[in-house]
Each structure stands twice: as structure tokens, then as C-alpha cells.
Design a protein around this ligand. Structure first.
Ligand SMILES: Nc1ncnc2c1ncn2[C@@H]1O[C@H](COP(=O)(O)OP(=O)(O)OP(=O)(O)O)[C@@H](O)[C@H]1O
Length: 310
């Protein structure tokens, strides 16, 4: 279990910055929790505080009921992969892992096991400086799993991985959660998160925006809609008008209805003798729901070429 209580981080200096602003959340064992937010939202800073690498300005973070620094054998409690590579480039993957293993009395057999688990056994003797981004990620994940930890915290683990690697991470995270571990993973790849995570913690400008299941988040986001094809589009739109219902139309004779379900639309159409040629519910995508939620908190926004010229 991971807990953040009023977790806050200010960076000082002349351009004082509130990176994390009073975060309260829990990450429970047994499911993969996705940690999402736009660039600069404070995800890495939060993860660094969970791992005792940054001190909170105020508030508290605990993993397994204690702050990271008070764990006597942290590799057994928490396995972490952060974005920055912290491996000596001249060392081989094997020696890097053996070095870590020695600090916790972990046997060589476990090092060999995690090399296999991460799919880098063949390159274990090679120096890390020759590693591709994907191989580096795999080594980082091998290191995170070395101590067979109850909690796993991974910052952008699919970065640099090829499709086979992405699938591997997806299955790995799910199986770690199924074993009863607490798994917190950040990613910008919404389609991947939708397939991997069951629960979400979403932040924007350092604040909590959502703490919910993926299913509930997508369902309640308004991204879901029902497509309706009818020759009496205007009449049906009028009949459907109600608080919370939004009807849009991009093509004549076709409506996209948000805020109500296919059954209500079908019954309304029948009650008014409006023929329907098609009635198709579409669940929204996590990507759309995420963009709708975080639109106002995005710090780094690109302008289009025409927008920039205007
Ligand atoms: N050492 C630091 N000194 C000053 N400001 C910092 C420092 N580290 C992070 N920040 C700022 O704090 C905010 C949060 O950064 P953080 O890296 O935690 O966000 P993030 O959600 O991980 O972003 P990304 O998705 O781009 O990795 C950003 O505005 C960042 O510029």
C-alpha cells in the first residue's frame, strides 16, 4: 500500500515552483494503478518523494506503512524504475545487478532469474554503455524486481520499448499485481494504460484531479456517446434536449448524443414516431477522457502553425 497525505513539494529559488500541491491518495495492492498527468504535472516529483529521493516541503508519503527511508532492506519492500538512468556505463548488466544484490544479501541465482525475466540474459555480460534505450529499460526493471518487492513503482517503463517489449511490460505488471503486489506506473501512452491499469490516479499542476477506476473514469467523462442515424435528426435532437444531454452532428442525418444511453434514445424516438436507421453506443477512449479532464492544467501546449501565425 502506498499513501500520500497532504504531499507537497515547492522548489525554491527565484522562480519558486509548486511542483506537488497537497496530494492525498492511496495505491492499493492487487491492481495496477496508472499515475497520469500532463508534462510537468508533478508525477516524477511525487514518485521521487515516495522513494525518499526528494524531501516533501510538507505532508508525508508512506510505502507499506512507513516512509521509504525507514525500511531496513528497501529493495525487498519497494522496487523502482525512475526515468533517469543511474547505472555506471562501464559496468556490465550482470555486475550492476550483482552490486545491488550484495547490498541486500540477494543470491546470484536471483540475479540470473531477473535477467531472464527481463529478457536480457544474452546481453548480461555487455557493458551498459552500449545498451539501447529499450535494453536499459529492461535492466532498470530487472533491478526493480531484484528484491522481490511488495511494491513496484515505475516511471514511464515502456519508454523506448518495441511492441514486444510493451506487451511484455503489460503482462508483467498485471502478473505482479495478480500476485498481490502494489503496482504504481506512470505513462503518457493512454492506449497502453487503458490496457494495463485498472485504477488511475490523475494529477494536474501538482493537484489530484481523479482517483478512480479506468472504467468509471471513461464512463463518467462524457467521452462516451451514442451514434444515431435518422432522417429526422433535428426533430430527435429537439426531443432529446435535457439537462446534461449534449447532441452534436457532424454529418447530416447523423447525431452524436452524449449524456444519455441508447435505450432512452430508442424509446424517445419510438414515442415520437421518429425512424432510426442506426443506434450505436461508443465507449469513449481513455485518451479523450484524459484530455478533457486535464485540458485546463496543461502547462506546455503547442500551437498549430496557423494558430501561431494568427
Ligand atoms: N529540481 C527542480 N527544480 C525546480 N523545478 C523542478 C525541479 N524538478 C521538477 N521541477 C518542476 O516541477 C514541476 C513538476 O515536474 P515533474 O518532473 O515532477 O513533472 P512530471 O509530471 O513528471 O512531468 P513529465 O510528464 O514531463 O515527466 C515541473 O514544472 C518541473 O519543471
Amino acid at each position: 500500500m502506498i499513501r500520500a497525505h497532504g504531499l507537497t513539494k515547492h522548489y525554491g529559488g527565484r522562480t519558486a515552483k509548486i511542483a506537488v500541491d497537497g496530494l492525498d491518495f492511496e495505491v492499493r495492492p492487487g491492481t495496477v494503478t496508472g499515475f497520469l498527468g500532463p508534462n510537468g504535472a508533478g508525477k516524477s516529483t511525487t514518485m521521487r518523494m515516495l522513494l525518499g529521493l526528494d524531501a516533501p516541503t510538507s505532508g508525508r508519503a508512506t510505502v507499506g506503512g512507513r516512509s521509504y527511508a525507514t525500511h531496513r532492506a528497501p529493495l525487498h519492500e519497494v522496487g523502482a524504475l525512475l526515468e533517469a538512468r543511474s547505472v555506471h556505463p562501464g559496468r556490465s548488466a550482470f555486475h550492476h545487478l550483482m552490486g545491488l544484490a550484495h547490498t541486500h544479501g540477494i543470491p546470484r541465482s536471483r540475479v540470473e532469474q531477473v535477467l531472464g525475466l527481463a529478457g536480457i540474459r544474452e546481453v548480461a555480460a555487455r557493458r551498459v554503455k552500449g545498451f539501447s534505450l529499450g535494453m536499459g529499460q529492461r535492466l532498470g526493471i530487472a533491478a526493480a524486481l531484484l528484491g522481490d518487492p511488495a511494491t513496484v513503482i515505475l516511471d514511464e517503463p515502456v519508454n523506448g520499448l518495441d511492441p514486444e517489449g510493451v506487451l511484455w511490460i503489460r503482462n508483467l505488471l498485471k502478473s505482479l499485481a495478480a500476485e498481490g503486489r502494489t503496482v504504481l506506473v506512470s505513462s503518457h501512452l493512454m492506449s497502453e494504460m487503458a490496457l494495463t491499469a485498472e485504477h488511475l490516479v490523475i494529477i494536474g499542476r501538482g493537484r489530484l484531479l481523479a482517483d478512480t477506476t479506468v472504467e468509471e473514469f471513461v464512463r463518467s467523462s462524457g467521452a462516451a456517446a451514442v451514434k444515431v442515424v435518422t432522417p429526422d435528426a433535428a426533430a430527435l435532437a429537439e426531443r432529446l434536449a435535457a439537462p446534461g444531454v449534449r447532441v452534436t452532428s457532424e454529418t447530416p442525418g447523423t447525431l452524436d448524443v452524449h449524456g444519455t444511453d441508447a435505450e432512452h434514445i430508442g424509446r424517445t424516438a419510438a414515442a415520437h414516431g421518429i425512424p432510426l436507421f442506426e443506434l450505436t453506443p461508443h465507449t469513449g477512449s481513455l485518451e479523450q477522457a484524459f484530455m478533457d479532464l486535464t485540458r485546463d492544467t496543461v502547462e506546455y501546449q503547442a500551437t498549430t502553425l496557423t494558430g501561431a501565425a494568427a
